[in-house]
Design a protein around this ligand. Structure first.
Ligand SMILES: [Ca+2]
Ligand SMILES: [Ca+2]
Ligand SMILES: [Ca+2]
Ligand SMILES: [Ca+2]
Length: 454
């Protein structure tokens, strides 16, 4: 009996052990299943994000083709004239499952954290050209030191003479690792990083994501990067105001050379007479020609316009067919920021706000250089003339996109050149790493879209 009882107890204990083992195994299997399910969930989400990213990449390339079409069409219809906002779609452009925006610039000065950037194409001629701007004018840009301005000039000039405060080969060869001073033109604005004395604060200013507006982290002091002065105003850096791309075409759309108004030779005057005869009645053409002094030098297109006595609408008819002495690095008064205009002799910090204010009150009606002579006095206009233009042939399209459900953010900035009559991409730079640049409003719209889906 005792043996039987013992056997039964041992039997129960064995069964209990088996049960525990089975329970452990079952627990283990469930854990493994849960682990794999969780990891598959992550894998699925990450694959979904990758697909959204690919959709955004493809949409950006599609949007770039759209921009090329818009610019070529504009060049054929109105050479050199900036495409007006509203004549093309610059925001919430739907391509397949993706949506695109062109991050633009505006004359409105941000005095508070902006809900969103402005949308549109950016005129490269709204900026100073790093390869042509001279040392004196360059120093008027915000956040630049005289030493950095001198180093910029030394970097691009072909000689090895050190500008006061600047840097040539001997300075660069002392760096670790050493490298040579370029002594040739800048090929991109990013090249500024290599110039002696460059620092991120001067290059980016407070605009860490380079979208032209004040984002929350750009106006919270040192709570989050970048450091800023928390004054409700965007203090942009040098990247905002500089370009290397501005170059006007040599020829008109009919293939003939543009007429250089600074050339006072008899042959050139004859060319002008033919141009006026082509555009105006015989008597008006003669009147304009007579107003332009034959012996006195004309230093710029603006001076030519002032002397000619043409009406603004008359000048618009032939503006793209004439040119000044230089074709590279001219600043377009129709789009340049006040900080850029302030660097130009004759304009300076005194006249730059008046020019911008005139633009703001005449928006949509600025297709020419002529209006400048209504804001600047004669002497100032003549002094500023050689640096100015009313035309633009290079534009950037800073395209940000998201894929389905607002995922897969990407951003690429393209620069288009129209100086040969057809839009060509001359630069492509991925800016996705700068982080979200579409502002609070678009972010909230996309979050609302995701909530609706849940
Ligand atoms: Ca040099
Ligand atoms: Ca910003
Ligand atoms: Ca900050
Ligand atoms: Ca600020």
């Amino acid at each position: 009996m005792k043996l039987c009882a013992f056997k039964s107890q041992s039997c129960i204990s064995r069964r209990a052990s088996v049960l525990i083992i089975v329970l452990w195994i079952a627990f283990g299997l469930v854990s493994v299943a849960l682990y794999f399910a969780h990891s598959m969930g992550f894998e699925l989400r990450s694959a979904d994000n990758r697909v959204a990213g690919l959709e955004a990449d493809q949409a950006i390339d599609g949007a770039a083709r759209y921009v090329g079409y818009i610019l070529t069409l504009q060049q054929q219809q109105q050479p050199g004239v900036i495409p007006q906002a509203g004549t093309y779609q610059a925001e919430s452009l739907v391509i397949g499952d993706a949506t695109c925006w062109f991050i633009g610039r505006t004359d409105q000065v941000t005095r508070a954290v902006a809900g969103s950037p402005s949308f549109g194409l950016v005129d490269e001629a709204s900026k100073l050209n790093l390869n042509t701007v001279d040392y004196t004018n360059l120093q008027f840009l915000p956040l630049i030191t005289p030493e950095f301005a001198a180093a910029i000039v030394d970097w691009r000039d072909t000689n090895s003479d050190v500008t006061i405060g600047g840097a040539e080969n001997e300075t660069y060869m002392r760096l670790k690792p050493p490298y040579a001073c370029k002594n040739a033109s800048f090929e991109s604005v990013d090249e500024l990083r290599l110039v002696f004395g460059a620092d991120l604060e001067a290059l980016y200013g407070e605009d860490a994501n380079l979208n032209g507006v004040l984002d929350v982290n750009e106006n919270d002091g040192d709570v989050s990067l970048p450091w800023d002065n928390h004054d409700g105003h965007l203090d942009a850096g040098l990247f905002e105001y500089l370009t290397v791309y501005t170059r006007e075409p040599v020829n008109r759309t009919n293939g003939l050379p543009r007429i250089n108004v600074t050339d006072t030779s008899a042959t050139n005057r004859q060319q002008l007479a033919l141009l006026f005869a082509d555009k105006f009645t015989a008597s008006r053409a003669q009147e304009i020609l007579n107003a332009i002094p034959a012996a006195q030098p004309i230093r710029s297109v603006l001076e030519f316009y002032v002397e000619s006595g043409m009406k603004p609408e008359e000048f618009t008819m032939l503006e793209s067919e004439v040119r000044g002495a230089t074709l590279e690095g001219l600043v377009n008064v129709n789009s340049a920021a006040a900080a850029v205009l302030a660097c130009i002799p004759g304009i300076g910090t005194t006249n730059a706000p008046s020019l911008v204010a005139y633009r703001q009150s005449n928006a949509g009606n600025l297709t020419s250089l002529g209006w400048v002579s209504q804001v600047l006095d004669r002497n100032a206009a003549i002094q500023a003339g050689p640096y100015l233009t009313g035309l633009s042939y290079q534009f950037s399209a800073d395209i940000a996109a998201v894929g389905h459900y607002g995922r897969g953010y990407r951003r690429v900035r393209f620069v288009f050149d129209l100086s040969d009559g057809v839009a060509k991409i001359i630069s492509r730079k991925d800016l996705s790493d700068l982080g979200w640049a579409l502002g609070r409003d678009v972010h909230q719209q996309l979050l609302a879209l995701q909530d609706k889906r849940r």
